[in-house]
Design a protein around this ligand. Structure first.
Ligand code: PMP
Ligand code: GLN
Length: 399
């Protein structure tokens, strides 16, 4: 260590205080578009259909179960990997819905939401110099997590217009340095879902490789029109190379509780947990106990598709009366619209104007792309009370 000789004691004035300069590890990262648009919406008292979160309460029974757990004294550290009853409940769900047999002791970990699960998986599995394929438009946490791991995000576009996976382009992006591929169905922001054929194509594409798949399935219970969710868990060959990520926040209308889970084969889980135990260690104890009890009843998640499909249909019926052009919404709680009949503005400008002047907040699709890409598309979130959606529709109809 360098030695310095002090000649005089430093004087204790503000002039001597100095914050060391730092080189940003994430120079391209600013405040997320969701935070930015929610702040703008609050400032203008806009109906916030931007950031994805429900404006209605969760089942009061779930709140009671958390309070009960707190009153029963379940307030200290739980096991690092998650409360056993919750891991078992998750394993039972994966078996029941996707016929996927997992060992809750070695293959399920409870996380502080999907965001922590994703960065943890990437830090655990991606080495400096590795490449990770992400499909644009993609959720904003993928790229910075890869950068923090020292990896390189290789952005491959979904097919413009339809947002379908382009397997030829994914194949072309695979290289000996590819460590992982991140997929997300139902998809944020496009609200498309992957088909069984897509999952089959992916299985075949990855077969000769050693690529790990991170499957972001936070909207697993929001798939509409009688379709089934094509979880990686349904495909044993894919599941053998997958880290499956989900979020109780979406499923139970509690995005602020920040609890999720990861299902991954034991070898991947072992590495995942090495990082997990040092970047979060454990996850909120009473909430885990409450979720474990609540999950004994499958009905709340089985009812979710029809619950959100009704909201989607209400919102789409209203939007059909406006000058927006509707894109399909097959899953998630998002609806994308084309506003080209209304404005020539860029997506960011249009969404700002919509928030400040029409007083309805939306998210520009361009925020989900690595490179500037303008399609005149905006994303609305319909996880809102009917009266919220109706008020927004009233304002949008004036355009
Ligand atoms: N992945 C996707 C696709 C998301 O939309 C979100 C949040 N909305 C997350 C991950 C993060 O989920 P969580 O709030 O559980 O961290
Ligand atoms: N995932 C949410 C969305 O897409 C936002 C969560 C966040 O603000 N980071 O709107």
């Amino acid at each position: 260590m360098a030695q310095t000789t002090e000649t005089s004691a430093p004087s204790a004035t503000h002039a001597n205080w100095r914050t060391p300069s730092v080189t940003s590890r994430l120079p391209r990262v600013g405040t997320t578009i969701f935070t930015t648009m929610s702040a703008l919406a609050a400032e203008h008292h806009a109906v916030n259909l931007g950031q994805g979160f429900p404006d209605f309460d969760c089942d009061p029974r779930l709140v009671d179960l958390v309070s009960d757990a707190m009153r029963r004294g379940l307030n200290q550290y739980p096991p690092m990997i998650g409360v056993p009853a919750l891991r078992e409940a998750v394993a039972q769900k994966l078996q029941r819905l996707y016929t996927h047999e997992v060992n809750p002791q070695t293959e399920i970990t409870i996380t502080a939401g999907a965001t922590q699960a994703i960065i943890t998986a990437i830090l655990a599995l991606v080495d400096a110099g590795d490449e990770v394929i992400v499909l644009d438009p993609c959720y904003d946490c993928y790229d910075p997590s890869i950068v923090l791991a020292g990896g390189t995000a290789v952005h491959v576009p979904l097919k413009p217009g339809t947002f379908r996976p382009d397997f030829a382009r994914i194949a072309a992006a695979l290289s000996p340095r590819t460590r992982a591929l991140i997929i997300n169905s139902p998809h944020n922001p496009s609200a498309t879902t992957w088909s069984a054929q897509d999952m089959q194509s992916l299985t075949e594409l990855l077969r000769p490789t050693d690529v790990v798949m991170i499957s972001d399935e936070v909207y697993e219970h929001m798939v509409f029109d009688g379709q089934r969710h094509e979880s990686a868990a349904r495909y044993p060959e894919l599941a053998a190379r997958s880290v499956i990520v989900s979020s109780f926040g979406k499923t139970y209308h509690v995005t602020g509780w920040k609890v999720g889970f990861v299902a991954a084969p034991a070898a991947l889980t072992t590495e995942f947990r090495k990082v997990h135990q040092f970047n979060v260690f454990t996850v909120n104890t009473p909430v885990q106990h409450a979720l474990a009890v609540y999950m004994q009843d499958a009905q709340p998640y089985l009812d979710l598709p029809s619950f959100y499909q009704r909201k989607r249909d209400l919102f789409r019926a209203g939007l059909a009366q406006t000058r927006f052009r509707l894109l399909p919404s097959e899953g998630s709680y998002f609806q994308c619209v084309d506003y080209s009949a209304i404005s020539d503005a860029t997506e960011a400008d249009f969404c700002r104007w919509l928030t400040t002047d029409i007083v309805v907040a939306a998210i520009p699709l361009s925020a989900f792309y690595e490179r500037p890409f303008e399609q005149k598309l905006a994303r609305f979130c319909f996880a809102k009370k009917d009266e919220t959606l109706e008020l927004a529709l009233l304002r949008l109809a004036a355009l």
